[in-house]
Ligand binder design. Structure first.
Ligand SMILES: Nc1nc2c(ncn2[C@@H]2O[C@H](COP(=O)(O)OP(=O)(O)O)[C@@H](O)[C@H]2O)c(=O)[nH]1
Ligand SMILES: [Mg+2]
Length: 452
Protein backbone atom coordinates (compact mmCIF):
# COMPACT_ATOMS: atom_id res chain seq x y z
CA UNK A 1 0.00 0.00 0.00
CA UNK A 2 1.31 3.45 -0.88
CA UNK A 3 1.45 6.44 1.40
CA UNK A 4 -1.70 7.96 -0.06
CA UNK A 5 -3.73 4.85 0.41
CA UNK A 6 -2.71 4.28 4.03
CA UNK A 7 -3.33 7.91 4.92
CA UNK A 8 -6.66 7.70 3.25
CA UNK A 9 -7.56 4.65 5.30
CA UNK A 10 -6.66 6.50 8.47
CA UNK A 11 -8.88 9.42 7.48
CA UNK A 12 -11.68 7.06 6.56
CA UNK A 13 -11.59 5.47 9.98
CA UNK A 14 -11.98 8.93 11.50
CA UNK A 15 -14.74 9.73 9.11
CA UNK A 16 -16.70 6.56 9.48
CA UNK A 17 -16.41 5.70 13.18
CA UNK A 18 -19.89 5.31 14.65
CA UNK A 19 -18.76 6.63 17.96
CA UNK A 20 -16.14 9.29 17.74
CA UNK A 21 -13.96 9.01 20.78
CA UNK A 22 -10.38 8.88 21.99
CA UNK A 23 -9.91 5.25 21.04
CA UNK A 24 -10.90 5.99 17.45
CA UNK A 25 -8.52 8.94 17.28
CA UNK A 26 -5.67 6.97 18.80
CA UNK A 27 -6.12 4.20 16.27
CA UNK A 28 -6.19 6.65 13.37
CA UNK A 29 -3.08 8.42 14.64
CA UNK A 30 -1.33 5.07 14.85
CA UNK A 31 -2.28 4.34 11.27
CA UNK A 32 -0.91 7.69 10.15
CA UNK A 33 2.30 6.97 12.04
CA UNK A 34 2.73 3.64 10.33
CA UNK A 35 2.12 5.18 6.92
CA UNK A 36 4.64 7.96 7.43
CA UNK A 37 7.33 5.74 8.86
CA UNK A 38 6.90 3.36 5.94
CA UNK A 39 7.43 6.38 3.67
CA UNK A 40 10.73 7.01 5.47
CA UNK A 41 9.63 10.11 7.34
CA UNK A 42 11.89 10.75 10.32
CA UNK A 43 10.45 9.23 13.50
CA UNK A 44 10.84 12.45 15.44
CA UNK A 45 8.68 14.27 12.92
CA UNK A 46 6.09 11.54 13.02
CA UNK A 47 5.84 11.81 16.79
CA UNK A 48 5.53 15.57 16.64
CA UNK A 49 2.74 15.26 14.15
CA UNK A 50 0.91 12.68 16.29
CA UNK A 51 1.09 14.95 19.31
CA UNK A 52 -0.26 17.85 17.34
CA UNK A 53 -3.24 15.85 16.13
CA UNK A 54 -3.98 14.47 19.58
CA UNK A 55 -3.76 17.90 21.11
CA UNK A 56 -6.22 19.30 18.61
CA UNK A 57 -8.48 16.31 19.15
CA UNK A 58 -8.85 16.96 22.86
CA UNK A 59 -9.14 20.72 22.57
CA UNK A 60 -11.93 22.04 24.73
CA UNK A 61 -13.08 24.82 22.48
CA UNK A 62 -13.52 24.03 18.84
CA UNK A 63 -13.33 26.58 16.07
CA UNK A 64 -16.90 27.51 15.31
CA UNK A 65 -18.78 25.64 12.68
CA UNK A 66 -16.87 22.39 12.95
CA UNK A 67 -17.88 19.26 14.78
CA UNK A 68 -15.15 17.54 16.74
CA UNK A 69 -14.92 14.91 14.04
CA UNK A 70 -14.45 17.51 11.33
CA UNK A 71 -12.00 19.40 13.45
CA UNK A 72 -9.82 16.33 13.97
CA UNK A 73 -9.91 15.44 10.27
CA UNK A 74 -8.93 18.97 9.39
CA UNK A 75 -6.17 19.03 12.00
CA UNK A 76 -4.74 15.75 10.72
CA UNK A 77 -4.90 16.91 7.13
CA UNK A 78 -3.38 20.29 7.88
CA UNK A 79 -0.51 18.78 9.85
CA UNK A 80 0.22 16.41 6.99
CA UNK A 81 0.31 19.31 4.54
CA UNK A 82 2.63 21.12 6.92
CA UNK A 83 4.86 18.07 7.28
CA UNK A 84 5.20 17.68 3.52
CA UNK A 85 6.08 21.27 2.88
CA UNK A 86 3.41 23.59 4.13
CA UNK A 87 1.97 26.23 1.93
CA UNK A 88 5.49 27.47 1.48
CA UNK A 89 7.30 29.13 -1.35
CA UNK A 90 6.23 28.49 -4.90
CA UNK A 91 8.70 28.18 -7.75
CA UNK A 92 9.56 31.55 -9.28
CA UNK A 93 7.50 32.43 -12.31
CA UNK A 94 10.21 34.32 -14.14
CA UNK A 95 13.64 33.01 -13.20
CA UNK A 96 16.55 34.24 -15.32
CA UNK A 97 19.31 31.73 -14.72
CA UNK A 98 18.87 28.36 -13.14
CA UNK A 99 21.68 26.00 -12.18
CA UNK A 100 20.81 22.42 -11.35
CA UNK A 101 23.13 20.52 -9.01
CA UNK A 102 23.06 17.05 -7.49
CA UNK A 103 24.64 13.63 -7.40
CA UNK A 104 24.89 11.11 -10.23
CA UNK A 105 21.62 9.81 -11.51
CA UNK A 106 19.51 12.24 -9.50
CA UNK A 107 17.76 13.40 -12.64
CA UNK A 108 19.56 16.70 -13.36
CA UNK A 109 19.97 16.41 -17.11
CA UNK A 110 16.40 15.24 -17.59
CA UNK A 111 15.14 18.03 -15.34
CA UNK A 112 17.07 20.70 -17.29
CA UNK A 113 15.14 19.78 -20.41
CA UNK A 114 11.86 19.44 -18.50
CA UNK A 115 12.25 22.90 -17.01
CA UNK A 116 13.08 24.45 -20.37
CA UNK A 117 9.91 22.98 -21.78
CA UNK A 118 7.95 24.10 -18.74
CA UNK A 119 9.01 27.74 -19.09
CA UNK A 120 8.66 27.67 -22.87
CA UNK A 121 5.07 26.59 -22.46
CA UNK A 122 4.62 29.68 -20.33
CA UNK A 123 5.72 31.91 -23.14
CA UNK A 124 9.35 32.37 -22.16
CA UNK A 125 12.34 32.03 -24.43
CA UNK A 126 14.32 29.26 -22.75
CA UNK A 127 17.72 27.75 -23.49
CA UNK A 128 19.83 24.99 -21.96
CA UNK A 129 23.55 24.78 -21.26
CA UNK A 130 25.41 21.48 -21.08
CA UNK A 131 27.89 22.23 -18.32
CA UNK A 132 28.41 18.62 -17.29
CA UNK A 133 31.91 18.19 -18.67
CA UNK A 134 32.65 15.24 -16.43
CA UNK A 135 30.69 12.61 -18.28
CA UNK A 136 31.22 12.69 -22.06
CA UNK A 137 27.77 11.30 -22.79
CA UNK A 138 26.06 14.07 -20.80
CA UNK A 139 26.31 16.57 -23.65
CA UNK A 140 24.69 14.21 -26.12
CA UNK A 141 22.01 13.32 -23.62
CA UNK A 142 20.98 16.92 -23.17
CA UNK A 143 21.27 17.71 -26.84
CA UNK A 144 19.03 14.83 -27.67
CA UNK A 145 16.46 15.66 -25.03
CA UNK A 146 16.27 19.32 -25.99
CA UNK A 147 16.32 18.57 -29.69
CA UNK A 148 13.07 16.64 -29.31
CA UNK A 149 11.16 19.77 -28.46
CA UNK A 150 13.40 22.28 -30.21
CA UNK A 151 14.88 23.84 -27.16
CA UNK A 152 17.95 25.96 -27.96
CA UNK A 153 20.98 24.10 -26.72
CA UNK A 154 24.60 25.05 -26.04
CA UNK A 155 27.52 22.70 -25.39
CA UNK A 156 31.20 22.33 -26.32
CA UNK A 157 32.39 18.83 -27.08
CA UNK A 158 35.80 18.09 -25.63
CA UNK A 159 35.86 21.07 -23.29
CA UNK A 160 36.90 19.97 -19.79
CA UNK A 161 36.27 23.19 -17.92
CA UNK A 162 32.62 23.70 -17.08
CA UNK A 163 33.13 27.38 -16.32
CA UNK A 164 34.46 27.90 -19.85
CA UNK A 165 31.33 26.39 -21.33
CA UNK A 166 29.21 28.70 -19.24
CA UNK A 167 31.16 31.79 -20.18
CA UNK A 168 30.87 31.00 -23.85
CA UNK A 169 27.20 30.14 -23.53
CA UNK A 170 26.45 33.48 -21.92
CA UNK A 171 28.10 35.25 -24.84
CA UNK A 172 26.30 33.16 -27.43
CA UNK A 173 22.88 33.00 -25.87
CA UNK A 174 21.83 36.56 -25.48
CA UNK A 175 18.22 37.66 -25.43
CA UNK A 176 16.95 34.58 -23.66
CA UNK A 177 14.40 34.95 -20.89
CA UNK A 178 15.73 31.98 -18.99
CA UNK A 179 18.89 29.88 -19.24
CA UNK A 180 19.07 26.53 -17.50
CA UNK A 181 22.45 24.92 -16.86
CA UNK A 182 23.17 21.27 -16.23
CA UNK A 183 26.14 20.32 -14.07
CA UNK A 184 28.14 17.22 -13.30
CA UNK A 185 27.36 14.96 -10.40
CA UNK A 186 29.50 12.57 -8.37
CA UNK A 187 28.76 9.35 -6.58
CA UNK A 188 28.92 11.18 -3.30
CA UNK A 189 29.09 14.72 -2.09
CA UNK A 190 32.81 15.62 -2.17
CA UNK A 191 35.29 18.49 -2.37
CA UNK A 192 35.86 17.95 -6.06
CA UNK A 193 32.19 18.42 -6.78
CA UNK A 194 31.91 21.49 -4.59
CA UNK A 195 34.94 23.08 -6.27
CA UNK A 196 33.44 22.52 -9.69
CA UNK A 197 30.01 23.85 -8.76
CA UNK A 198 31.61 26.92 -7.23
CA UNK A 199 33.41 27.65 -10.49
CA UNK A 200 30.20 27.25 -12.50
CA UNK A 201 28.43 29.39 -9.97
CA UNK A 202 30.95 32.17 -10.36
CA UNK A 203 30.66 32.12 -14.12
CA UNK A 204 26.89 31.79 -14.38
CA UNK A 205 25.80 33.89 -11.41
CA UNK A 206 22.46 32.09 -11.31
CA UNK A 207 19.56 33.60 -9.42
CA UNK A 208 18.29 30.08 -8.82
CA UNK A 209 20.36 27.13 -7.61
CA UNK A 210 18.27 24.05 -7.34
CA UNK A 211 19.25 20.71 -5.91
CA UNK A 212 17.93 17.68 -7.79
CA UNK A 213 17.31 14.55 -5.75
CA UNK A 214 15.58 11.26 -6.40
CA UNK A 215 12.59 10.53 -4.15
CA UNK A 216 14.14 7.16 -3.36
CA UNK A 217 16.71 8.71 -1.01
CA UNK A 218 13.90 9.46 1.46
CA UNK A 219 14.93 11.27 4.62
CA UNK A 220 18.57 11.38 3.44
CA UNK A 221 17.37 14.36 1.46
CA UNK A 222 17.87 16.46 4.57
CA UNK A 223 21.59 15.79 4.79
CA UNK A 224 22.06 16.35 1.09
CA UNK A 225 20.09 19.57 1.03
CA UNK A 226 22.05 20.89 3.99
CA UNK A 227 25.41 19.93 2.51
CA UNK A 228 24.67 21.45 -0.89
CA UNK A 229 23.19 24.51 0.70
CA UNK A 230 26.24 25.06 2.85
CA UNK A 231 28.60 24.60 -0.08
CA UNK A 232 26.85 26.54 -2.82
CA UNK A 233 23.72 28.13 -1.34
CA UNK A 234 21.00 25.98 -2.82
CA UNK A 235 17.63 27.76 -2.71
CA UNK A 236 15.22 25.21 -4.10
CA UNK A 237 14.73 21.48 -4.69
CA UNK A 238 13.40 19.27 -7.45
CA UNK A 239 12.41 15.80 -6.32
CA UNK A 240 12.46 13.36 -9.21
CA UNK A 241 11.10 9.83 -9.58
CA UNK A 242 8.30 10.56 -7.16
CA UNK A 243 6.32 8.30 -9.51
CA UNK A 244 8.28 5.20 -8.69
CA UNK A 245 9.26 5.60 -5.07
CA UNK A 246 7.48 4.85 -1.83
CA UNK A 247 9.78 7.25 -0.02
CA UNK A 248 8.47 10.50 -1.49
CA UNK A 249 6.96 11.49 1.87
CA UNK A 250 10.34 11.07 3.54
CA UNK A 251 12.13 13.18 0.94
CA UNK A 252 9.50 15.92 1.08
CA UNK A 253 9.40 16.15 4.87
CA UNK A 254 13.21 16.14 5.00
CA UNK A 255 13.39 19.11 2.64
CA UNK A 256 10.84 20.88 4.80
CA UNK A 257 13.05 20.40 7.84
CA UNK A 258 16.12 21.53 5.90
CA UNK A 259 14.16 24.65 5.01
CA UNK A 260 14.63 24.03 1.32
CA UNK A 261 11.47 24.70 -0.63
CA UNK A 262 10.51 21.94 -3.05
CA UNK A 263 9.57 23.62 -6.31
CA UNK A 264 8.96 20.77 -8.70
CA UNK A 265 8.30 17.06 -8.72
CA UNK A 266 9.50 14.78 -11.47
CA UNK A 267 6.70 12.34 -12.14
CA UNK A 268 8.07 10.31 -15.03
CA UNK A 269 10.72 10.07 -17.71
CA UNK A 270 8.99 12.18 -20.34
CA UNK A 271 9.62 15.90 -20.63
CA UNK A 272 6.06 16.72 -19.67
CA UNK A 273 6.38 14.78 -16.44
CA UNK A 274 7.17 17.78 -14.28
CA UNK A 275 4.78 19.27 -11.77
CA UNK A 276 4.86 22.40 -9.77
CA UNK A 277 4.90 21.28 -6.15
CA UNK A 278 2.14 22.27 -3.80
CA UNK A 279 1.89 20.24 -0.60
CA UNK A 280 -1.86 20.48 -0.39
CA UNK A 281 -2.43 19.47 -3.98
CA UNK A 282 0.09 16.67 -3.65
CA UNK A 283 -1.59 15.29 -0.56
CA UNK A 284 -5.08 15.47 -1.95
CA UNK A 285 -3.89 13.81 -5.11
CA UNK A 286 -2.15 10.87 -3.47
CA UNK A 287 -5.06 10.44 -1.07
CA UNK A 288 -7.56 10.61 -3.86
CA UNK A 289 -9.66 13.38 -2.39
CA UNK A 290 -10.55 16.43 -4.40
CA UNK A 291 -9.37 18.58 -1.55
CA UNK A 292 -9.82 19.08 2.16
CA UNK A 293 -13.20 20.67 1.63
CA UNK A 294 -14.45 17.56 -0.14
CA UNK A 295 -13.18 15.46 2.73
CA UNK A 296 -14.97 17.62 5.28
CA UNK A 297 -18.16 17.49 3.28
CA UNK A 298 -17.96 13.73 3.43
CA UNK A 299 -17.38 13.86 7.14
CA UNK A 300 -20.57 15.90 7.48
CA UNK A 301 -22.58 13.23 5.75
CA UNK A 302 -22.01 10.81 8.56
CA UNK A 303 -22.34 13.33 11.32
CA UNK A 304 -25.91 12.09 11.35
CA UNK A 305 -24.96 10.39 14.58
CA UNK A 306 -26.27 12.96 16.96
CA UNK A 307 -24.48 14.46 19.80
CA UNK A 308 -25.04 12.53 22.95
CA UNK A 309 -24.22 14.51 26.02
CA UNK A 310 -24.40 12.88 29.43
CA UNK A 311 -26.68 15.65 30.63
CA UNK A 312 -29.19 14.81 27.99
CA UNK A 313 -28.78 11.16 28.62
CA UNK A 314 -29.63 11.51 32.27
CA UNK A 315 -32.33 14.10 31.92
CA UNK A 316 -33.81 13.27 28.62
CA UNK A 317 -35.76 10.54 27.06
CA UNK A 318 -34.16 7.16 27.17
CA UNK A 319 -34.94 5.07 24.15
CA UNK A 320 -33.38 2.36 22.02
CA UNK A 321 -31.39 4.79 19.92
CA UNK A 322 -29.83 6.40 22.96
CA UNK A 323 -29.34 2.95 24.41
CA UNK A 324 -27.35 1.80 21.44
CA UNK A 325 -25.12 4.86 21.41
CA UNK A 326 -24.58 4.66 25.12
CA UNK A 327 -23.66 1.01 24.91
CA UNK A 328 -20.98 1.79 22.39
CA UNK A 329 -19.68 4.70 24.37
CA UNK A 330 -19.74 2.67 27.55
CA UNK A 331 -17.80 -0.10 25.97
CA UNK A 332 -15.09 2.25 24.79
CA UNK A 333 -14.82 4.40 27.86
CA UNK A 334 -16.07 2.16 30.57
CA UNK A 335 -17.48 4.97 32.64
CA UNK A 336 -20.77 3.48 33.71
CA UNK A 337 -19.14 1.30 36.33
CA UNK A 338 -17.65 4.34 37.97
CA UNK A 339 -20.86 6.29 38.11
CA UNK A 340 -22.74 3.25 39.28
CA UNK A 341 -20.19 2.63 41.95
CA UNK A 342 -20.47 6.12 43.26
CA UNK A 343 -24.21 5.90 43.45
CA UNK A 344 -24.16 2.50 45.04
CA UNK A 345 -25.88 1.12 42.00
CA UNK A 346 -23.16 -1.09 40.76
CA UNK A 347 -24.82 -4.29 41.82
CA UNK A 348 -27.85 -3.43 39.81
CA UNK A 349 -26.03 -2.95 36.61
CA UNK A 350 -26.37 -6.01 34.45
CA UNK A 351 -22.93 -7.44 34.05
CA UNK A 352 -23.52 -8.61 30.50
CA UNK A 353 -24.09 -5.06 29.52
CA UNK A 354 -20.65 -3.92 30.50
CA UNK A 355 -19.14 -6.89 28.81
CA UNK A 356 -21.04 -6.52 25.62
CA UNK A 357 -19.03 -7.78 22.67
CA UNK A 358 -18.54 -5.96 19.41
CA UNK A 359 -20.46 -8.68 17.56
CA UNK A 360 -23.39 -8.33 19.87
CA UNK A 361 -23.41 -4.59 19.37
CA UNK A 362 -23.29 -5.11 15.64
CA UNK A 363 -26.23 -7.45 15.80
CA UNK A 364 -28.11 -4.89 17.91
CA UNK A 365 -27.43 -2.31 15.26
CA UNK A 366 -28.73 -4.59 12.54
CA UNK A 367 -31.85 -5.32 14.56
CA UNK A 368 -32.48 -1.66 15.22
CA UNK A 369 -32.12 -0.88 11.54
CA UNK A 370 -35.22 -2.96 11.00
CA UNK A 371 -37.24 -1.07 13.58
CA UNK A 372 -39.49 1.82 12.80
CA UNK A 373 -38.72 5.19 14.23
CA UNK A 374 -41.69 4.87 16.55
CA UNK A 375 -40.42 1.57 17.90
CA UNK A 376 -37.00 3.01 18.60
CA UNK A 377 -38.29 6.08 20.34
CA UNK A 378 -40.96 4.26 22.27
CA UNK A 379 -40.05 0.61 22.74
CA UNK A 380 -43.18 0.07 24.81
CA UNK A 381 -45.18 -0.40 21.63
CA UNK A 382 -43.27 -3.60 20.97
CA UNK A 383 -45.56 -6.60 20.43
CA UNK A 384 -45.10 -10.21 19.44
CA UNK A 385 -45.94 -9.50 15.82
CA UNK A 386 -43.58 -6.56 15.72
CA UNK A 387 -40.80 -8.70 17.15
CA UNK A 388 -41.46 -11.31 14.48
CA UNK A 389 -41.35 -8.69 11.78
CA UNK A 390 -38.11 -7.17 13.08
CA UNK A 391 -36.41 -10.56 13.36
CA UNK A 392 -37.39 -11.39 9.82
CA UNK A 393 -36.40 -8.01 8.45
CA UNK A 394 -33.01 -8.06 10.11
CA UNK A 395 -32.26 -11.69 9.39
CA UNK A 396 -31.96 -12.47 13.10
CA UNK A 397 -34.10 -14.53 15.43
CA UNK A 398 -36.93 -13.51 17.73
CA UNK A 399 -34.72 -14.61 20.57
CA UNK A 400 -32.07 -12.07 19.58
CA UNK A 401 -34.62 -9.29 19.31
CA UNK A 402 -35.95 -10.14 22.76
CA UNK A 403 -32.44 -10.17 24.11
CA UNK A 404 -31.94 -6.63 22.86
CA UNK A 405 -35.20 -5.51 24.39
CA UNK A 406 -34.31 -7.11 27.70
CA UNK A 407 -30.96 -5.38 27.83
CA UNK A 408 -32.63 -2.11 27.00
CA UNK A 409 -35.15 -2.53 29.82
CA UNK A 410 -32.44 -3.28 32.35
CA UNK A 411 -30.56 -0.19 31.33
CA UNK A 412 -33.71 1.89 31.38
CA UNK A 413 -34.40 0.96 34.96
CA UNK A 414 -30.86 1.88 35.96
CA UNK A 415 -31.30 5.28 34.41
CA UNK A 416 -34.60 5.79 36.16
CA UNK A 417 -32.76 5.29 39.43
CA UNK A 418 -30.13 7.80 38.41
CA UNK A 419 -32.76 10.35 37.70
CA UNK A 420 -34.69 9.76 40.90
CA UNK A 421 -31.53 10.13 42.92
CA UNK A 422 -30.82 13.37 41.24
CA UNK A 423 -34.28 14.75 41.83
CA UNK A 424 -33.93 13.99 45.51
CA UNK A 425 -30.55 15.66 45.54
CA UNK A 426 -32.02 18.70 43.91
CA UNK A 427 -34.74 18.88 46.51
CA UNK A 428 -32.17 18.73 49.25
CA UNK A 429 -30.11 21.33 47.45
CA UNK A 430 -26.41 21.10 47.37
CA UNK A 431 -26.61 17.40 47.32
CA UNK A 432 -25.88 15.49 44.23
CA UNK A 433 -25.09 17.71 41.35
CA UNK A 434 -26.34 16.74 37.96
CA UNK A 435 -23.49 18.53 36.28
CA UNK A 436 -20.98 16.68 38.34
CA UNK A 437 -22.67 13.42 37.76
CA UNK A 438 -22.73 14.10 34.09
CA UNK A 439 -19.07 14.93 34.07
CA UNK A 440 -18.27 11.72 35.75
CA UNK A 441 -20.21 9.93 33.17
CA UNK A 442 -17.33 8.87 31.06
CA UNK A 443 -15.64 12.17 30.77
CA UNK A 444 -12.99 13.78 32.76
CA UNK A 445 -13.92 17.05 34.29
CA UNK A 446 -14.38 19.79 31.77
CA UNK A 447 -12.87 17.71 29.05
CA UNK A 448 -16.19 17.18 27.51
CA UNK A 449 -16.00 14.84 24.63
CA UNK A 450 -18.89 15.25 22.35
CA UNK A 451 -20.00 12.28 20.37
CA UNK A 452 -21.06 13.39 16.99
N1 LIG B 1 10.53 7.61 -13.51
C1 LIG B 1 11.27 8.70 -13.55
N2 LIG B 1 12.51 8.65 -14.05
C2 LIG B 1 13.24 9.79 -14.07
C3 LIG B 1 12.74 11.03 -13.58
N3 LIG B 1 13.70 11.95 -13.71
C4 LIG B 1 14.77 11.32 -14.27
N4 LIG B 1 14.50 10.03 -14.48
C5 LIG B 1 15.40 9.00 -15.02
O1 LIG B 1 16.50 8.86 -14.14
C6 LIG B 1 17.67 8.53 -14.84
C7 LIG B 1 18.81 9.51 -14.50
O2 LIG B 1 18.45 10.80 -14.96
P1 LIG B 1 19.52 11.89 -15.40
O3 LIG B 1 18.79 13.11 -15.79
O4 LIG B 1 20.46 11.32 -16.41
O5 LIG B 1 20.29 12.11 -14.02
P2 LIG B 1 21.62 12.96 -13.75
O6 LIG B 1 22.73 12.00 -13.63
O7 LIG B 1 21.36 13.67 -12.45
O8 LIG B 1 21.77 13.91 -14.87
C8 LIG B 1 17.29 8.56 -16.30
O9 LIG B 1 17.07 7.25 -16.75
C9 LIG B 1 15.99 9.35 -16.34
O10 LIG B 1 15.18 8.97 -17.41
C10 LIG B 1 11.40 11.03 -13.03
O11 LIG B 1 10.87 12.04 -12.55
N5 LIG B 1 10.72 9.84 -13.05
MG1 LIG C 1 23.38 14.28 -16.13
Amino acid sequence: MGLGETLRNAMESLRKATVFDKAVIKEAVKEIQRALIAADVEVKLVLELSKKIEKEATREKLPSGLSRREHVIKAAYDSLVELLGGLGKKAPEKPKRILLVGLFGAGKTTSVAKLAKYYMKRGMKAGVIAADTYRPAAIEQLEQLSGKVKIPFFGIRGEKKAAKVIEKALREMRGFDVLIADSAGRNAFDKDLVKEIKEINKALKPDEKWLVIGADIGQLAKKQAEAFHKAVGVNGVIITRIDGSAKGGGALSACRVANCPVYFLGTGEKLDDLQLFDAQRYLSRIMGYGDLQALLEKAKEITAEEELSPEELLKGEFNLDVFYKQLRATRKMGPLTKVAEMLGLKMQLPKEMLEMTEEKLDSFKVIMDSMTKEEKLNPDVMSRSRIQRIAKGSGTSEKQVRELLKAYKQMDSVFRKFRKLDEKALQKKGGLDMQKLAQMFGRKKKKKFKIR
